[in-house]
Design a protein around this ligand. Structure first.
Ligand SMILES: NC(=O)c1ccc[n+]([C@@H]2O[C@H](COP(=O)([O-])OP(=O)(O)OC[C@H]3O[C@@H](n4cnc5c(N)ncnc54)[C@H](OP(=O)(O)O)[C@@H]3O)[C@@H](O)[C@H]2O)c1
Length: 317
C-alpha cells in the first residue's frame, strides 16, 4: 500500500529521511485489533521529530509516520483513531502511533478496536483528522491540566502552531480572554481574527493570566513565568525552540506557580472534544489541505515554520 515513512534518521535534514512509496499491509498486533481505511490524516511536529530521530531509532525503521487519522472501520463505521496504543515494552506502557506501531500516513492503519471513536456526523473526515494529537493535547492542557475554569485569562505562546491555534480557538470558545504571541506579524493578524489579543514574543500583557499554554520552550519560558498570576498553571506539552530554558525559581515559589507537563489526552477527553466541536460549531484551524500524492510538499510546508494551524492530507487523492 502507499505510505509516507521514515527510511532513515537525519537530524540535520529531516525531509531527506522521508520516503513516499509502497509498504506492506499493516499487521494487527492482536486479536482485538482492526484495520481502518484512512480517508484523512494530519501532520504534526511529531512527524518531523521522528525523522530527526527523537523517539525513533534506526532499528525501528522503516516506520510509517503519522499520529492522526480518520477513516472507515471494517464494519463501515466512520471513525476517528485515538493514537495512544498500549505498548508493554515501552517504559510509559503506551506509545503514540508511529513510535512503535506503524503510523497513519498510509492507505490503511491497524489499531486496537478500542481506539476507534465514532465520527460525529456534523464533522468531516478532514475536521476530525486534526483532533487526536494537536487538538486533544490543547484541550487537555486547558481543561484537566490547566483548570481553565478557575481563570478568565489565558496566554498561548508561539500561537501559529497546530497545538497553539487549537488552544486559542478553544479558550476563546470557552469565553476566556486570550493573549497569544507569535514571531510573525502575519500570524499575529490571523490570531487576532480568531478572537485573541495578539502580541510580539516577550510583550508585556495588560494583566497576569491564570493559564499559560507552552509548546515553544526555551525561547518563551521566561516570558511565561513573568505573565503568570498568583497560583497560575504553566502547562507544557512541547519545546519546539529548546527544552532547557533557565527557570527563575524565585518566581515559581513566590507566585505559587504550577508547572505541569502533559502529553496527548485520554479517550474520554477526545470524545469530549468531539462533542465540544459538534455542539459549539468550533472547527479546527486549517493551514492547508494536500492530496496524499503531495505529501512531500506538505512536509516541506510543516518544516518551513510558516504554518498557521493544521496541515491535512486527503487520502482520497
Ligand atoms: N506532548 C504532546 O502530547 C504533544 C502533542 C502535540 C505537540 N507536541 C509538541 O508541541 C510542539 C508544537 O507542536 P505543533 O504540532 O503544534 O507544531 P507546529 O504546528 O510546527 O508549530 C510550532 C510553533 O512553535 C512556534 N515556534 C517554533 N520555533 C520557535 C521559536 N524559536 N521561537 C518562538 N516560537 C517558536 C511557532 O510559533 P510562531 O511562528 O507563531 O511564533 C510555531 O507555530 C512540538 O514541539 C510538538 O512536538 C506535543
Amino acid at each position: 500500500m502507499r505510505a509516507a515513512f521514515a527510511s532513515r534518521i537525519d537530524d540535520a535534514d529531516p525531509l531527506s529521511a522521508l520516503t513516499v512509496g509502497e509498504r506492506p499491509e499493516p499487521e494487527p498486533a492482536g486479536d482485538d485489533w482492526v484495520t481502518v481505511e484512512v480517508r484523512a490524516s494530519s501532520l504534526n511536529h511529531h512527524d518531523l521529530w521522528s525523522l530527526r530521530g527523537v523517539g525513533l531509532t534506526e532499528k525501528q525503521l522503516p516506520m510509517i509516520l503519522g499520529c492522526d487519522a480518520a477513516g472507515v472501520a471494517p464494519d463501515g463505521r466512520e471513525v476517528v483513531v485515538y493514537p495512544v496504543v498500549p505498548t508493554p515494552s515501552d517504559p510509559r506502557g503506551v506509545t503514540i502511533l508511529s513510535e512503535h506501531h506503524q503510523g497513519t500516513l498510509a492507505e490503511r492503519v491497524a489499531v486496537p478496536a478500542a481506539n476507534l471513536i465514532a465520527k460525529p456526523a456534523a464533522l468531516s473526515f478532514a475536521d476530525v483528522a486534526c483532533l487526536p494529537t494537536a487538538w486533544l493535547t490543547a484541550y487537555r492542557m486547558l481543561t484537566s491540566r490547566g483548570r481553565v475554569a478557575e481563570t478568565d485569562a489565558v496566554l498561548v505562546q508561539g500561537a501559529g502552531g497546530g497545538v497553539a491555534t487549537a488552544a486559542v480557538v478553544l479558550a476563546v470558545a470557552m469565553g476566556k480572554r486570550v493573549y497569544a504571541t507569535s514571531r510573525d506579524p502575519g500570524k499575529r493578524e490571523r490570531i487576532a481574527a480568531l478572537g485573541a489579543t495578539a502580541l510580539e514574543p516577550g510583550a508585556r500583557l495588560p494583566e497576569r493570566v491564570g493559564v499559560v499554554i507552552e509548546t515553544v520552550g526555551a525561547a518563551t519560558f521566561d516570558h511565561s513565568l513573568k505573565c503568570a498570576g498568583f497560583g497560575a498553571r504553566i502547562v507544557v506539552s512541547g519545546a519546539t525552540a529548546g527544552h532547557l530554558p533557565q527557570v527563575n525559581l524565585r518566581r515559581v515559589f513566590a507566585m505559587s506557580l504550577e508547572i505541569l507537563g502533559t502529553s496527548m489526552g485520554t479517550p474520554d477527553e477526545l470524545s469530549a472534544l468531539l462533542e465540544f466541536l459538534a455542539s459549539t460549531g468550533v472547527r479546527p484551524v486549517v493551514d492547508s489541505v494536500f492530496g496524499f500524492s503531495e505529501v512531500d510538499a506538505a512536509f516541506a510546508k510543516l518544516a518551513s515554520g510558516t504554518v498557521f494551524g493544521k496541515i491535512i492530507l486527503d487520502h482520497t487523492r
